[in-house]
Write a protein that binds this ligand. Structure first.
Ligand code: GDP
Ligand code: MG
Length: 163
């Protein structure tokens, strides 16, 4: 069985776009509306000449009545339990949010190896975006742009180092 990497984060940070970049598929739904990917979605990343690993794109809003925060935390917990490595995806343009904090809490409790991936750093100061998330205390942080495929190869290398 392939090792499993979970893409976790609040809606609209670019999880599905990253899933597509990693798996080179158009399978995951990418949408401007938050919460379009409702179910967990699996694919395989097959980097040339390197080990393959499975990727799971976790969903957005699950239930209407339980609230966004609860659904997101529950989803992060489920993914964290199942995966070998968690990529916490955040939005480098918007900076840290309350939902990011909540997801981070769950991940800390799960003690899963976590890499912080700061997405959407195209056209902005990537170093400044990274610095905004330094207080999260995650040792490994990486700035990428899923939409422009920037930093994806480096991300894959970092992931393979941890699997
Ligand atoms: P998800 O809800 O976390 O799965 O987010 P999506 O992958 O559906 O993306 C949400 C929105 O952000 C879409 O409009 C994407 O085109 C946009 N997006 C995703 N990645 C990037 C990126 O690297 N840069 C920019 N500028 N936009 C992005
Ligand atoms: Mg999605």
């Amino acid at each position: 069985m392939l090792p499993l990497v979970a893409l976790v984060g609040r809606p609209n940070v670019g999880k599905s776009t990253l899933f597509n970049a990693l798996t080179r598929s158009r399978d995951a739904l990418v949408h401007d509306q938050p919460g379009v990917t409702r179910d967990r979605h699996y694919g395989v990343c097959r980097p040339e000449g390197k080990r393959a690993f499975a990727v799971v794109d976790t969903g957005g809003i699950a239930g209407e009545d339980e609230g966004l925060a609860g659904a997101t935390a529950r989803q992060a917990r489920a993914a964290a339990e199942e995966a070998d490595l968690v990529l916490l995806i955040v939005d480098g343009r918007e900076g840290p949010s309350a939902l990011d904090d909540e997801i981070l809490d769950w991940l800390r409790k799960s003690a899963k190896p976590t890499l912080l991936v700061v997405n959407k750093t195209d056209g902005i100061d990537a170093e400044a975006a990274l610095a905004e998330f330094a207080r999260y205390g995650i040792a490994e942080m990486l700035a990428i742009s899923s939409a422009h495929r920037r930093g994806i190869d480096t991300l894959v290398e970092r992931v393979l180092e941890r699997l």
